[in-house]
Design a protein around this ligand. Structure first.
Ligand code: FUB
Length: 349
C-alpha cells in the first residue's frame, strides 16, 4: 500500500520519527542560515580528533542539505545537494533550488553560488527533489526531479554547464521524462530520483523511480532517451533513490529500501542485469525517514554519502543534512555494512 500513501506516510513519519532517537548528530551543529548569500563560503568547520583532521557529521551545518550526488573532477570532489527550506512548523518538503559544494580533502567544504533552481526550467513549477550530475566530454549534465507545470506528476529534466559549478541551463527546454511516459504504476511520483551511469564503452543509462525502478539508455547527446523504458524486477522493497556504480567487474545498484528508508543493494555482472539482491547496506538514518545515498571513490578511498536529520533541534525528515562515512568492500566484492559516525571521515591529501 505504500505506493498510494507516499505523501501521507511522509507526514505520519514526521510525527513518528519524533519518537526515534538520533545518535549520529554533530556536536557542532548550528542554527541554519537559510538566507546566507555569500557567493563563496567555507561551508563547515573541521573538527580535530587528536592529530587527525575529520569532517564531522553532518558536513554542512549552515544550511539544510539533502539528496547528495557527487563527482570527482580535476582532483576535487563536487557535492550536489537539494536545499531543504521547510520552516520548523512545515511537515513536508519545501525545496526550490539545488546547491553545490567542493572539497579537495573531504573535510573542508566550500560553497559555490546557487547553480540551479526550479525556476530555471520554464516547464516546471515546484520541488527541487533528488538530482544527479555526470561529466561527459567536458560538459556537466545535471538530471533533476521537479513537479511538471502542465503534465500532472513529477518529471525529470536535464541542465548542462561547461564546468562543475555552473552556471547550468536547461538543456532541452522540456522535460526528459514525464509521468505519462511510464505506466508501471499509477502514482504520480514514480518519475523521481534520476541516477545516470556511463559505462566503459561510453553508453549512458538513466535509472530512476519510486515504487517501480525504471531505466533507459541515453543518446550520445545525453539529453534524449534512446529506446524503450524498462522496469527492473527483483529488488525487494524498492522505494526510491537508485545509485549505480561499478568497481572492478561488478555493477552495484544501491537504493532506498522500505519506508522509513534503509539503503539496500544488488550486484550484477551486466549494467542491464539481472541484479542479485545482496542485503542491507545502511540502516535507518535516525530521525530522517529518507536516507538517499551517493557513492564515490576519491584519492584511494570509497565513500558513502547520505543524509540524516542530524542538525538539532530542528533537523528531521524535511530538514536534512548531508553526512559522509567510509564504504568498504569485502574480498568477494560484496559491501560491508556502513557505519554512520559522528566524527565523519578523515582528511585526505
Ligand atoms: O528530497 C525529496 C525526496 O526525498 C527525494 O527525491 C527522495 O529521494 C527523498 O530523499
Amino acid at each position: 500500500m505504500m505506493k498510494h500513501t507516499y505523501k501521507l506516510s511522509f507526514v505520519l513519519s514526521a510525527v513518528v520519527t519524533g519518537f526515534l532517537g538520533f545518535t549520529g548528530c554533530s556536536t557542532s551543529a548550528t542554527t541554519p542560515l537559510a538566507t546566507a548569500t555569500a557567493p563563496v563560503a567555507t561551508a563547515t568547520a573541521a573538527t580535530a580528533d587528536g592529530e587527525v583532521k575529520r569532517a564531522g557529521n553532518p558536513i554542512i551545518t549552515h544550511k539544510f542539505t539533502a539528496d547528495p550526488a557527487a563527482i570527482v573532477h580535476d582532483d576535487k570532489v563536487y557535492l550536489y545537494a537539494g536545499h531543504d527550506e521547510a520552516p520548523d512548523d512545515f511537515h513536508f518538503y519545501r525545496m526550490n533550488e539545488w546547491l553545490v559544494f567542493s572539497s579537495e580533502d573531504m573535510v573542508d567544504w566550500k560553497e559555490h553560488p546557487v547553480p540551479l533552481k526550479v525556476s530555471d526550467f520554464s516547464w516546471a513549477k515546484a520541488d527541487a527533489w533528488a538530482a544527479h550530475v555526470v561529466e561527459k566530454e567536458g560538459k556537466f549534465y545535471w538530471y533533476v526531479t521537479v513537479e511538471h507545470d502542465s503534465i500532472p506528476g513529477k518529471a525529470i529534466g536535464v541542465a548542462v554547464a561547461d564546468n562543475p559549478t555552473g552556471p547550468f541551463k536547461d538543456a532541452r527546454g522540456s522535460a526528459l521524462i514525464t509521468n505519462d511516459m511510464t505506466r508501471h504504476t499509477d502514482i504520480s511520483w514514480d518519475d523521481i530520483d534520476p541516477a545516470v551511469f556511463i559505462d566503459d564503452d561510453g553508453q549512458a543509462y538513466i535509472f530512476w523511480g519510486n515504487t517501480v525502478m525504471h531505466y533507459a539508455k541515453l543518446k550520445d547527446n545525453m539529453i534524449e532517451l534512446d529506446g524503450p523504458i524498462h522496469k527492473i524486477e527483483g529488488l525487494p522493497h524498492f522505494t526510491e533513490a537508485p545509485w549505480v556504480h561499478k568497481k572492478d567487474d561488478w555493477y552495484y545498484l544501491t537504493y532506498a529500501y522500505q519506508f522509513p528508508e534503509k539503503t539496500a543493494y544488488a550486484m550484477s555482472r551486466s549494467i542491464e542485469g539481472p541484479w542479485e539482491y545482496k542485503g542491507i547496506l545502511n540502516e535507518l538514518a535516525g530521525n530522517s525517514n529518507t536516507n538517499h545515498q551517493a557513492i564515490l571513490d576519491f584519492k584511494g578511498n570509497s565513500y558513502f554519502i547520505y543524509h540524516t536529520g542530524g542538525i538539532q533541534p530542528n533537523g528531521g525528515s524535511f530538514r536534512r543534512s548531508v553526512a559522509i562515512d567510509r564504504l568498504h568492500y569485502n574480498p568477494d566484492g560484496t559491501l560491508k555494512r556502513v557505519v554512520m559516525t559522528t566524527e565523519g571521515v578523515e582528511e585526505v591529501q
